[in-house]
Design a protein around this ligand. Structure first.
Ligand code: ATP
Ligand code: MG
Length: 198
């Protein structure tokens, strides 16, 4: 048995698809807080999104795995996809606690997601399960929150999954917005080409 990691970051998201904004945020928080690892946790279904044009959980999970491959600080957890149904962060953190006893969890959220934190299921309990870490995101100002949280400024990357999907549909390039293996996967599986997002 290897010793449990002491400090693990968790970045939840739909990752539809994962892009360099996610990876830069995870990398910066990892360094700023001295984390041992950051886990990317793709949702099964997001409570605030209708998901009508989204890629399947399996495709989103596969793209996350391709994106973190080769960075020893990063890993992907299928915990939310395996549980199924609507993903609530309280369940993510509870399950990760069971899987990683003795580990302190740091839940990372961009400024836009952080603003909605009070609406999340069991919002009060969340702060017992993990420390919250807000990260800056271009186009979104950091909210004033009563929930205690750390703040980390990350190099601004004005990329969103919505924009990547729109670009794929329009035939515009996504290379350099997403890792090369993710761009190749999108093309190979013909993702996002036919849906509607606007
Ligand atoms: P969509 O446009 O589909 O909502 P997204 O780009 O916002 O996609 P999500 O999967 O919704 O990606 O985001 C997961 C987490 O990563 C959220 O906490 C979000 O705020 C954060 N995040 C996403 N993009 C960035 C970015 N460019 N900079 C900093 N944080 C980001
Ligand atoms: Mg989003």
């Amino acid at each position: 048995m290897t010793a449990p990691l002491a400090r693990v970051g968790v970045l939840g998201g739909t990752f539809d698809p994962i892009h360099h904004g996610h990876l830069a945020a995870a990398s910066e928080v990892c360094a700023a807080l001295g984390l041992d690892q950051v886990l990317f946790a793709p949702t099964h279904r997001q409570p605030f999104k209708d998901g009508f044009d989204s890629a399947s959980p399996e495709h989103r999970l596969a793209m996350c795995r391709l994106a973190v491959d080769g960075d020893a600080r990063f890993a992907v957890t299928p915990v939310d996809i395996e549980r199924g149904g609507i993903t609530y962060t309280v369940d993510t953190l509870t399950d990760l606690h069971d899987q990683l006893p003795g580990t302190s969890l740091y839940f990372i959220t961009g400024a836009d997601a952080l603003a909605r934190l009070p609406e999340w299921r069991d919002a009060e309990r969340l702060t017992e399960l993990a420390q919250f870490v807000g990260v800056t995101r271009p186009g979104h100002s950091l909210p004033q929150l009563e929930t205690p949280h750390a703040l980390v400024e990350v190099p601004a990357l004005a990329v969103s999954s919505t924009d990547v999907r729109r670009r794929v549909r329009a035939g515009a390039p996504v290379r350099y917005l997403v890792p090369r293996a993710v761009a190749d996967y999108i093309a190979q599986h013909d993702l996002y080409a036919g849906g509607m997002d606007d």
